[in-house]
Design a protein around this ligand. Structure first.
Ligand code: GRF
Length: 213
């Protein structure tokens, strides 16, 4: 069955665009895009394809719970099988996360559990790490700690600045998000505790030959 996907954005929307471009290889389609800012440039990608857009300006809400309630209702109204936070720069409360538990995923620009939160590229450069990357994970009430669906590592090069590193990570994000959404839509993901198993693939642990004896 083709899955209905609702995507939440706050800005540029390049992850949304790459997901829309990858739809042909995914048994799912984006039915609604919701932004928490009226000036979110990514809205145009949905509009150009005739996908319904909804703007719920978070700045108009003084109460976080009320924003979450209105947002949750706007998500629920399109009866999605999957909710994708694709550059949605707003922390969601326990209640709305619980409402879409197991069907809400987020793309984060770092190799979690390293660098949760903001300014991930700047922090990675400051630490001098040799590898950085991105993570797609299920959303749980605690920020950036949910079960990890997939990760892509990219090298940090000696001449990198924040801009060049961010561009390399973003390119990896686009591929990773499309892959993870496809796995979800193919019903291939099982969550066991904080681990996510991907069916019909051999995990690295399974592939390593166990010592005999
Ligand atoms: C991405 O790097 C995403 O991981 C982060 O915000 C950025 C959004 O980019 N949370 P875009 O709006 O998808 O272009």
């Amino acid at each position: 069955m083709v899955k209905k996907i609702c995507v939440l954005i706050s800005g540029r929307g390049s992850n949304l665009l790459s997901l829309l471009d990858a739809q042909g290889e995914i048994p799912g389609h984006v039915v609604r895009v919701i932004a928490n800012r009226a000036d979110a440039a990514g809205l145009k990608h949905a509009e150009e394809r005739g996908i319904e857009t909804v703007v719920i300006p978070s700045k108009d809400f003084t109460e976080r719970d009320l924003f979450d309630q209105v947002l949750g209702d706007a998500i629920a109204a399109c009866v999605p099988d999957l909710v994708v936070l694709a550059g949605f720069m707003r922390i969601l409360g326990k209640k709305i996360v619980g409402r879409f538990s197991g069907k809400m995923i987020n793309i984060h620009p770092a190799l979690l559990p390293s660098y949760p939160g903001l300014h991930t590229h700047q922090r990675a450069l400051a630490d001098g790490v040799k590898w950085h990357g991105c993570t797609v994970h299920f959303v749980t009430p605690d920020v950036d700690v949910g079960p990890i669906i997939g990760q892509t590592a990219v090298p940090v090069l000696s001449h990198d600045d924040e801009e060049t590193l961010a561009a390399r990570v973003l390119k990896a994000e686009h591929r990773l998000l499309a892959d993870c959404v496809r796995w979800y839509c193919e019903d291939r993901l099982t969550v066991r505790g904080n681990a996510v198993l991907l069916r019909n693939s051999v995990s690295i642990a399974d592939a390593v030959q166990q010592p005999q004896g």
